[in-house]
Structure formats: C-alpha cells, structure tokens
Design a protein around this ligand. Structure first.
Ligand SMILES: [Fe+2]
Ligand SMILES: [Fe+2]
Length: 170
C-alpha cells in the first residue's frame, strides 16, 4: 500500500529497518530491542499514507503549510498503530523518530532523556536514509558528506554513542 502511494517511502522504510538493526547491534543492544527497532523502522512513516502523494513526491521545496501537513504523519502514524494494537514500546519509538536531543524536533519538541535510545537510533537511521537517497530536488550525499553531517549533529541532535555506532555502520 505504501508503495502505491509513495514509492520513495516504500524503499526508505526497508532501508531504515535494516539500518536500525545494524546500529543497535553495533551498540550491543539486546535482541529484543533490535527486533522492536526493526518493526518500528518498517512502521515509522505509516502516517504518510494520510498525506497526499502530490505533496510527498513534490519535486520542489514544500511551502510552510505543506511542511506542517507532512509533520502530522507522526501523530497520524501513532493513532493508526494504536488502533492496530501495536505494542506501546514500538509506538513510542515511532513517535520519537523526528525528535532531537536539543528540543528542535517534532511533534513534541522533546529534549534529552525524554527521548528513548531506540527513538534516537530510529531518528539517525531515518536521517541517513534520507540524505543518502537521490531526490528530484537534491543529490544523494556520499559517504564522506554523510559522516560530516552526522558529526555535525552530535551532540545537539543525537548522542555521541549513537553517532559513533551509526558511522561505524556506514
Ligand atoms: Fe518520518
Ligand atoms: Fe522516515
């Protein structure tokens, strides 16, 4: 279903589900956490199903209104997953994937330890998948550029341990 509405998101969620497992394994997290993260990776953008595909695949920059609409995919995803009786642990990870340690993320602007380690891992995997994919409005970042960007995101957006593990996995 995701592939029909938005082919980019379909390949993105597979990539993210792979990446979160590698990062979590590199950090030595238990299998239980790795399995939860894999599922959260597949489900994290499910709320985008409620966003018109004309906005999701818009070749140019989004307007403020369009971006505000795209941001609602987190709350919509959480609602869908609650309705589907997905475990609260997985829903929490999904709900945190756009939050950042310095409070600059969305939807709640959570800060520091309010964001779970798994939420951070999903967040950084999401960023890596996004910047290393070629979109109509920009080129894909190469490995060196990706590492530089991840280092820049540390420690304001992601903790040093998460960034270090993510770079190890690239
Ligand atoms: Fe997202
Ligand atoms: Fe995503």
């Amino acid at each position: 279903m995701i592939g029909l509405n938005d082919p980019y998101t379909a390949s993105h969620i597979e990539e993210v589900a792979e990446l979160v497992q590698s990062i979590a394994a590199a950090m030595g997290l238990p299998d239980e956490d790795i399995e939860r993260l894999a599922l959260a990776g597949f489900l994290h953008d499910i709320g985008k199903q409620a966003i018109p595909s004309s906005i999701l695949s818009k070749p140019s920059a989004l307007t403020d209104e369009e971006f505000a609409l795209v941001k609602t995919h987190v709350a919509i995803g959480v609602q869908l997953l609650e309705y589907a009786n997905v475990s609260p642990e997985i829903i929490r990870i999904v709900s945190e994937h756009h939050e950042r340690l310095d409070g600059s993320g969305y939807p709640l602007g959570l800060k520091g330890e309010q964001i779970s380690l798994s939420g951070q891992i999903l967040g950084i995997a999401d960023v890596i998948s996004a910047i290393t994919s070629k979109r109509t409005y920009r080129l894909a970042a190469n490995r060196k550029e990706t590492i530089a960007l991840l280092n820049d995101s540390c420690p304001d957006q992601f903790s040093p341990a998460v960034v270090e593990a993510a770079i190890k996995c690239l």
